[in-house]
Design a protein around this ligand. Structure first.
Ligand code: CTP
Length: 429
């Protein structure tokens, strides 16, 4: 059942010489140590699809650590060992990195645990992988450099655009693959094969998502948020019940997706027009704010704890709810200071999420508010006010008052305004 195709020609055409030379060297080192060496996984898949991806994952049959140290010495790179998994990484000076693993059979102590490792051959290594499209290797040893190794009809699936698991327990052993299936399906516009889809749904409905650590799930979910077809992926995850299991006690609704789409669109606008407000913004947070705001507290608490959300998350949800109520009382004639009063000292993420919930008619005004406040400065500060003999809380009150008046274009020269204001104030007492 092993198919071998020579794809050297494709490699020469597609892979830049810099990487080609590196791959050849990696093969030579293998031959010098008498070990078969392969490049595997996404690199091979993307090469066959003519998609640029130069993340090099190497698998060695034999002592991978010995190989990695040997390669590191020859290439003069640093080597970082992850001994527990029989893997390691070579780091080049420019930051480029190559991962090296020993061919292995992963077996799992209990479902959803991280793999325990047992040494084995390339076929078993490939068989333990997520989907057939990711389970091909290219041999790198000089004699066979450029030979595609395909045990499971993987290339056939890739050519037909099929996402297929290689063994029935695949989703059970590693439930993060549920998310990966969706991601690859949408990225490549492929189809999840029928039986694979049945097993995926079984794993979801039987609660296997809940058995994975929040961190691993978050990582895979964030990868989906970084793809181009976010909406399609989210809708599918919703329909398959994946979101309900990821974010327990909440319920997927199409309207939530529509809200999130608005948020995403607004986020693009922010990045282009007021990039300052995109600083430290995380898509995952934007998603959860918009997704959980109207859910029961239990839902927010669950995700907060499971996914290591920032401390202020729960409090921000409350602020968000309140702000939505207030903002939707505004209209096209509202002034900048009306916006200011509501969203003053909101963090960037909240400023963006808000956009998913406000009426279309005030959205433009909200945008121009953000542009306005973005390069807004006051020429006076608290010290100026105190130097006029005013003390305590009143300083802040006056400063704020002047700020809002200037925002609304009601004063041009705030220094002059302040002098008059204080004069009037002193006369009145
Ligand atoms: N893999 C797996 N099961 C997982 C994660 C990864 O079997 N849960 C295997 C696949 O063979 C995959 C390889 O490890 O091709 C590398 O994984 P990763 O870098 O996460 O994905 P890529 O396939 O390289 O995808 P991407 O293009 O998104 O980087």
């Amino acid at each position: 059942d092993l198919h071998k195709y020579n794809i050297l020609k494709k490699m020469v055409e597609f892979i830049p010489p810099k990487y080609m030379n590196l791959l050849r060297l990696l093969g030579i080192y293998g031959s010098e140590l008498n070990m078969p060496v392969y490049v595997v996984g996404g690199f091979v898949r993307d090469l066959l699809l003519s998609r640029k991806n130069f993340d090099i994952d190497i698998v060695v049959e034999g002592d991978g650590l010995k190989y990695a140290k040997y390669a590191a010495r020859n290439l003069r790179t640093t080597f970082v060992e992850h001994s527990e998994f029989h893997t390691g990484s070579l780091f080049f000076k420019d930051g480029f990195r190559i991962d090296i693993a020993t061919a292995r059979t992963e077996y799992y102590e209990k479902p959803a645990d991280l793999p325990k490792v047992e040494l084995s051959t390339i076929k078993k290594d490939l068989y333990r992988r997520d989907f057939s499209i990711n389970a091909m290797a290219i041999k790198l040893n000089s004699e066979e450099f450029g030979v595609l190794i395909d045990f499971f009809g993987c290339k056939h699936d890739l050519d037909r655009g099929i996402i297929k698991i290689l063994y029935n327990l695949s989703f059970i052993e590693d439930p993060t693959r549920i998310l990966r299936a969706i991601r690859f399906e949408k990225r490549f516009n492929f189809k999840i094969e029928n039986r694979t889809l049945e097993l995926l749904k079984d794993a979801v409905n039987n609660g296997y998502i809940e058995k994975v650590t929040g961190m691993r799930l978050r990582e895979e979910f964030e990868k989906i948020l970084n793809e181009r077809n976010i909406t399609e992926s989210i809708d599918e995850m919703g329909k398959f019940g994946i979101l309900d299991h990821l974010f327990l006690y909440s319920q997927y609704k199409k309207s939530k997706l529509e809200t999130f789409e608005k948020v995403l669109k607004f986020y693009q606008w922010i990045k282009k027009n007021v990039p300052k407000y995109s600083y430290k913004v995380k898509l995952f947070h934007l998603f959860l704010y918009s997704y959980l705001v109207y859910e029961e507290e239990q839902a927010a608490l669950y995700s907060f704890e499971r996914y290591g959300l920032p401390k202020k998350f729960l409090n921000n949800l409350e602020k968000l709810k309140e702000a939505i109520l207030q903002l939707n009382k505004l209209n096209t004639y509202s002034s900048y200071s009306d916006f200011y009063k509501i969203v003053e000292n909101f963090d960037n993420e909240l400023l963006i999420v808000i956009s998913g919930f406000i009426k279309e008619e005030i959205k433009d005004k909200y945008k121009s508010y953000l542009l306005k406040i973005n390069d807004f400065t006051l020429e006076i500060d608290g010290k100026d006010i105190m130097s006029l003999g005013i003390k305590g809380k009143l300083v802040g009150v006056i400063l704020n008052e002047i700020k809002m008046k200037k925002l609304d274009g009601k004063i041009q020269n705030e220094r002059e305004y302040l002098m008059n204001f204080v004069r009037g104030f002193n006369e009145s007492i």
